[in-house]
Design a protein around this ligand. Structure first.
Ligand code: NAD
Length: 460
């Protein structure tokens, strides 16, 4: 149930009334709020890292990834005046001397629902765009990361009046109560199944949605590679945040000719990153809760363990694990792993690998390791995914001007950089014309001359 004094309906009502005052539309106001948010986060950096450690055992360095929202704020503050400028488009001669422009305007009151794996940045990152676009915002962080949820609540309540930006903690019940209301946009980050529930609820009000979802992100490895760099980048991408990253390489599809070499090299990487006993490493995170732990532990029974495989339920620890001899039909290949377990499958031809990937739902990310440009082009042409990296994992998420999002089952819409501003804006098409200069080609009574003129202008 709600913990605030307001019911959600009255809170929304207050936000609507506040939005109607027009205050949030002023660019100076938006800049001021972005700066306020930036200093609220900057002054709480240690607390944020502590909360992430308490929820996920996040190593300080990995917690710092979430503080990179400060850079996003700097970027938005620097570029906002450029983003809000109406964009001129061409008009035809028939409308001379009219002007046509695209005006970005705020959507109104928007809802942002977040997940638990990057529980701070995945709330703040969309919030930046929602503020930049001039909206009022209601935030619902994940109840599964309670320390970060509490910290976000303190930060938001301390920084903004609730009629402008407010936060509602809680689980499924609160989320459903929120989803029953009419918003002007819903931005949801989470699993594909819940994404369907969100979209269904939004459809009742014809509310547009951005769905940042998950799924299995494959990593294809060709023979034409730098083996050491490949192993380093895959194991890093897989084991940060103990594999609980939406774009972590979910499984490897490697050319059978180099499978043994790759496995050997990845084993070396894991040992060099986390030592002989990763349970003692300060650089390896923990599983978020026992429900996730039990789900992951069940997946360890598939295939042959090459490295890792040990666990400690009390500490919610699962070692970084690599599995060989995995059947494509095994349970681990049927769901998003979302934990520190990396199955390695092999292929005979690149065509086989592509066919396998294309037989599954469209992934959020696809990774291809090969320095052969023709093969890279083949992957680009013949597969589809939210994002694609050649010879890298995860890092595309950090390129501010690359829109980040899924396709098909992995999501709808995208954000980051200007794309976040665009996601939370309506792009209004505006035509403006003076009273002079009309060629009078469209008014009845129609004559042969009208027909001729129309054909001359519009049917070429
Ligand atoms: P989740 O879908 O279980 O929960 C996300 C949010 O939805 C939470 O705030 C939760 O309270 C709410 N929720 C849960 N059940 C609900 C229901 N029945 N009705 C309405 N709301 C409900 O996701 P999660 O477990 O927090 O996160 C893991 C998933 O999110 C993974 O699939 C991962 O790939 C995905 N993810 C995607 C991205 C991305 O950017 N695409 C980023 C992080 C995580």
């Amino acid at each position: 149930m709600l913990t605030s004094n307001y019911s959600i309906a009255s809170l929304l009502d207050k936000q609507r009334q506040y939005f109607a005052t027009g205050e949030t539309k002023s660019v100076d106001f938006r800049l001021q709020q972005l700066k306020k948010l930036k200093s609220a986060i900057a002054s709480r950096q240690d607390k944020i890292l502590e909360a992430l450690k308490a929820d996920l055992g996040k190593p300080t360095f990995e917690g710092c990834f979430e503080l990179a929202v400060l850079q996003d704020l700097t970027y938005a503050i620097k570029n906002l005046k450029k983003w809000v400028k109406p964009q001129k488009v061409k008009t035809g001669l028939e409308l001379f001397p009219a002007q046509a422009k695209i005006h970005p305007e705020p959507l109104g009151v928007v809802l942002i629902i977040g997940p638990w794996n990057y529980p701070f940045s995945l709330m703040i990152s969309p919030l930046i765009g929602a503020i930049a676009s001039g909206n009022c915002v209601l935030l619902k962080p994940s109840e599964i990361a309670p320390h970060t949820s509490a910290l976000l609540t303190e930060l938001i309540r301390d920084t903004f009046p609730s009629e402008y930006i407010c936060i509602q903690e809680g689980g499924v019940e609160v989320a459903q109560e929120l989803l029953a209301c009419k918003f002007d946009h819903i931005f949801f980050t989470g699993g594909t199944k819940i994404g369907q529930i969100v979209m269904e609820a939004a459809a009742k009000h014809l509310t547009p949605v951005t769905l940042e979802l998950g799924g299995k992100s494959p990593c294809i490895v060709d023979t034409q590679i730098n083996l050491t760099e490949t192993a380093k980048r895959i194991t890093w991408g897989k084991f940060i945040n103990a594999g609980q990253t939406c774009i972590a390489p979910d499984y490897i599809l490697v050319d059978e000719k180099i499978k043994a070499d790759l496995i050997k090299e990845m084993k070396k990487c894991v040992e060099s990153y986390f030592g002989d006993n990763p349970a003692d490493s300060p650089d390896f995170a923990r599983i978020i809760n026992h429900k996730q732990f039990d789900r992951l532990q069940n997946l360890l029974t598939d295939g042959k363990i090459i490295i890792g495989g040990n666990y400690n339920r009390e500490e919610k620890y699962i070692a970084p694990t690599i599995l060989d001899e995995i059947s494509p039909d095994s349970p681990i290949m049927q769901e998003e792993i979302f934990g520190p377990i990396l199955p390695v499958l092999s292929y005979q031809t690149l065509e086989d690998a592509i066919a396998f990937v294309n037989s599954k739902p469209k992934p959020l990310a696809l990774y291809f390791f090969s320095h052969n440009k023709d093969k890279q082009q083949k992957i680009l042409r013949e597969t589809t995914s939210g994002g694609l990296c050649f010879n890298e994992t995860i890092m595309h998420v950090g390129v501010t001007e690359l829109p980040f999002g899924g396709v098909g089952d992995s999501g709808i819409g995208a954000y980051h950089g200007k794309a976040t501003f665009d996601t939370f804006s309506h792009h209004k098409s505006v035509l403006s014309r003076p009273f002079w200069g009309d060629l009078n080609w469209r008014f009845a009574p129609y004559s042969e001359k009208n027909v001729k003129l129309f054909k001359q202008i519009f049917t070429k």
